[in-house]
Design a protein around this ligand. Structure first.
Ligand code: GLY
Ligand code: MN
Ligand code: MN
Length: 383
């Protein structure tokens, strides 16, 4: 009466290759028996509240103890399966791309003075629904791009200010796209905006050029982006000395306080919910490192079939600048006096999604890309 005929569990299972299914109600008895026989019940660290309650109830343990008994074997097995994409999964990711393309080019065209950020967010989220399975994460549409995940979209667009749009859609199968573009309201980059933009774009392009199988995400990819950005900031007079020394000292964390990228697939930050960020990881770090999967980023080794985002940025975050300065950090490296003139600049991030191939990598998008160069953006923004 309310929802119409629904597929049975058996039918849904058959669709994804699960040969045997049982009523959910049978789970309790099954688990009780397994526990009575001394068998290990493998489960992933849960992150949804209702799953935690359900699991704790089924296993007869406190929710607070769930992390103590999670299955590292299952985590690593699932991470491996999810990280290395099959041909079908890559096709699904390719189907998510046109959704992201339509969302971003629509945002660009709408980017005129007087428009409210949420009008753009609403329009592009509508596209994600009309073309696919909805957004792959809540859209970030803000002139305060220096706030990395700024979900407030109540600003009114002002001529010349930078708008950062980080948004993506899901294919009907639930595979994600995740792209960011940053451009000035009205469509004309100022000299300063263009200078910073070109630096971030170089980092983005050089990473896309460099990534190949066997590279370590942190050491070979993330730090590469930091060095390129540091070189650019030296050119602007905001850093002193060599790029190498600035990166070594940690000074780049002031300008890009996030990783260059993350795994991507069925989730926009794939497998992160059971990775190092979600709980005390120290006691399984060694095993996670040996596996080389994305759940442990500092030991993540990219392989053919790995999909990761390439999203460098430069942000001028007044609170962070003040904090680092007050703490005397990066003395002689960061030119704090010069930074005074950049406090209201905002932030620039540029993001695309890469698939590691047998010999290198390629961008998702079937050869097409979302406008990205200054010229390409100036031709479409506000038009
Ligand atoms: N969309 C969030 C991120 O790029 O990490
Ligand atoms: Mn993003
Ligand atoms: Mn991303």
């Amino acid at each position: 009466i309310w929802t119409g005929p629904q597929p049975t569990l058996r039918e849904m299972g058959a669709e994804v290759g699960v040969a045997r299914t049982f009523p959910v109600g049978a789970l309790r008895e099954r688990i009780r028996k397994a526990i009575a026989l001394g068998r290990r019940v493998h489960y992933l660290p849960p992150y949804r509240g209702e799953t935690k309650l359900q699991l704790a109830d089924l296993l007869g343990i406190r929710t607070g103890a769930l992390h103590d008994h999670k299955s590292v074997d299952l985590m690593l097995a699932v991470a491996e399966m999810r990280e290395i994409k099959s041909a079908e999964e890559i096709e699904a990711l390719e189907r998510a791309f046109p959704i992201g393309y339509a969302m971003h080019t629509t945002a660009m065209r709408m980017c005129r003075p007087g428009v409210v950020e949420r009008e753009i967010a609403g329009a592009i989220e509508g596209i994600s629904k009309s073309m696919g399975a909805g957004v792959s994460f809540p859209s970030i549409v803000s002139q305060h791009g220096e706030t990395l995940h700024n979900l407030r979209s109540d600003g009114v667009l002002e001529q010349g200010r930078l708008l950062l749009c980080d948004a993506g859609g899901e294919s009907l199968e639930g595979y994600c796209s995740d792209h960011t573009r940053t451009y000035p309201v009205g469509g004309r980059f100022s000299e300063r905006q263009r200078a910073v933009y070109e630096i971030v774009l170089k980092a983005h392009d050089d990473v896309a050029e460099a990534v190949k199988p066997g590279m370590m995400y942190q050491r070979d990819i993330h730090l590469l982006s930091y060095r390129i950005l540091a070189e650019g900031l030296i050119g602007l007079g905001l850093l002193r000395g060599t790029a190498e020394a600035a990166v070594e000292a940690g000074a780049m964390t002031l300008f890009m306080p996030h990783g260059l990228g993350h795994g991507l697939g069925m989730d926009v930050h794939d497998c992160e919910a059971f990775g190092e960020r979600s709980f005390d990881f120290s006691y399984i770090a060694e095993r996670a490192a040996a596996s080389g999967t994305c759940i442990y980023r500092s030991a993540w080794k990219v392989r053919p079939g790995t999909v990761l985002s390439d999203e460098p940025g430069i942000y001028f975050i007044p609170a962070l600048i003040d904090k680092c300065r007050a703490e005397g950090l990066y003395k002689g490296i960061v030119n704090y006096d010069a930074l005074d003139a950049w406090r209201d600049f905002g932030g620039i991030r540029i993001e695309d999604d890469l698939i590691v191939t047998d010999t290198g990598c390629r961008m998702i998008g079937g050869g097409k890309h979302i406008p990205i160069t200054v010229d390409e953006l100036e031709a479409v923004v506000g038009k």
